[in-house]
Design a protein around this ligand. Structure first.
Ligand SMILES: [Zn+2]
Length: 145
């Protein structure tokens, strides 16, 4: 391995050349205190101060934010739980949702906005909690009493 101490005028060294806009082979013209000072480009013959070849600076890999993960996990969980609720059900028999209709726990309903849902429980005689794919909603229904 060649160290800087071994270099002297007349030796070849790699340097960045502004004229060639590249790292080219140079001949050392002057060395001072063990440091290369002046070089001559072997490609364009231009003489200039020695510019050390800098290693390529690799761009730091951006770490994706983990903030969105728990929320996504919750949504996936909700969807998976919803899928479980639909197992064994005849989806074509879903009851169209209407505020004037009567629903009982475990009924399968078809909501114009939220889609298919399963009635989780009755909160009051006129309110039901419904499990949809994305979220649980409280809907108004007619009193069954
Ligand atoms: Zn050059």
């Amino acid at each position: 391995m060649t160290t800087i101490d071994d270099l002297s005028a007349g030796d070849d060294v790699d340097s960045r050349c502004l004229k060639c806009k590249a790292v080219t082979n140079h001949t050392i013209i002057a060395v001072q205190d063990g440091q290369i000072v002046k070089v001559q480009c072997n490609t364009c013959r231009g003489r200039h101060n020695y510019r050390p070849v800098k290693p390529e600076v690799k761009k730091a890999v951006r770490r994706s934010s983990a903030k969105t993960k728990p929320r996504l996990g919750k949504e996936v969980k909700q969807a998976a739980r919803f899928e479980d609720l639909l197992v064994g059900r005849d989806l074509t028999k879903a009851l169209p949702y209407a505020m004037t209709a009567v629903f009982e726990p475990d009924d399968l309903i078809d909501h114009p906005t939220f889609g298919l849902g399963v009635v989780a429980k009755k909160i009051s005689p006129v309110r039901i909690e419904v499990f949809f794919k994305d979220a649980q909603k409280v809907l108004v229904c007619a009193s069954s009493l």
